[in-house]
Design a protein. Structure first.
Length: 278
């Protein structure tokens, strides 16, 4: 009786509707197995890469093949190669991958006042290249009885001496009673004025012989073609200089009776003579 009922159920519609439910379960189990295999394979590949990477690093940082044997220095003109090399010669024999290039850059730049910055590179297997960039001298400064070279960033580079006598640079000078802050601002204004001419009137820059720093914010500049001092502001000079050429063309007697020329004002040029002011 029971068997007949079971056979009757097997031939019924409900039996066939429930049987397919086992198939999705088998498929999902297979998917989980595949995912697990993929994850396991990925972990094995990653572990292999880490092992090879560590082994390669150990080899690269410990084999004598990559020990520094040569240091090449280029770009220096005023700073001696010996003075630069002496500061980093201790790198010889060290592993080329173990040294920090940023540390070498700091040591090199601080080794000589002429150096502005540098570029350090590894040249495998055993060479370090150092390309230095020096400060650009734009003037000489007569300060406290000594003459120094100064850069386009108003940085004191080195004391002026025989090695630099071939440089043709304007001289910045001032009164001894100037305070340190007055000197500082006066030098910065002078360098700003020199940089302005270097960009826009380089021929005129070569005519400057002296820049005098005073207590006021103006500068007194002497040019080869103009024997009297010209008072000016560093940023408002070029327009008034063009006006001055027309004024001097109409001025009788030239520079003989002129005490100074003042170009600080935007709307006028003041010429102080020995007898009167125009």
């Amino acid at each position: 009786m029971v068997r007949e009922k079971e056979e009757e159920y097997q031939h019924s519609e409900g039996y066939y509707l429930r049987r397919p439910r086992k198939s999705p379960l088998r498929k999902s189990r297979k998917k989980r197995v595949r995912r697990a295999m993929k994850v396991l394979l990925s972990l094995m590949i990653l572990a292999g890469m880490l092992y090879l990477g560590r082994a390669g690093y150990q080899y690269a940082t410990h084999t004598p093949r990559f020990n520094i044997t040569s240091i090449v220095i280029t770009g220096n003109h005023f700073a001696s190669e010996k003075s630069i090399r002496d500061t980093i010669d201790t790198l010889r024999g060290q592993n080329i991958f173990s040294v920090k290039l940023s540390d070498i850059q700091t040591v090199v730049v601080e080794s000589h006042p002429w150096l502005n910055h540098c570029t350090i590179k590894r040249l495998l297997p055993s060479t370090i290249t150092v390309v230095v960039y020096e400060e650009k001298p734009v003037a000489m400064v007569n300060y406290q009885g000594q003459t120094y070279l100064i850069s386009e960033e108003a940085k004191f580079i080195d004391r002026y001496g025989p090695p630099y006598q071939h440089l043709s640079l304007p001289l910045i000078s001032g009164h001894r009673n100037l305070s340190l802050s007055q000197w500082k601002w006066g030098i910065m204004d002078s360098v700003r004025f020199i940089n302005l001419l270097a960009r826009k009137e380089p021929d005129l820059l070569s005519e400057i012989t002296l820049i005098e720093v005073s207590e006021s914010p103006s500068l007194q500049v002497r040019f080869k073609g103009c024997p009297v001092p010209i008072k000016l502001l560093a940023n408002d000079f070029l327009d008034n200089w063009k006006k001055l050429s027309f004024v001097m063309a109409d001025l009788t007697g030239g520079y003989e009776n002129i005490e100074y020329i003042d170009l600080k004002f935007a709307d006028q040029i003041v010429i102080k003579t020995k007898q009167e002011r125009r």
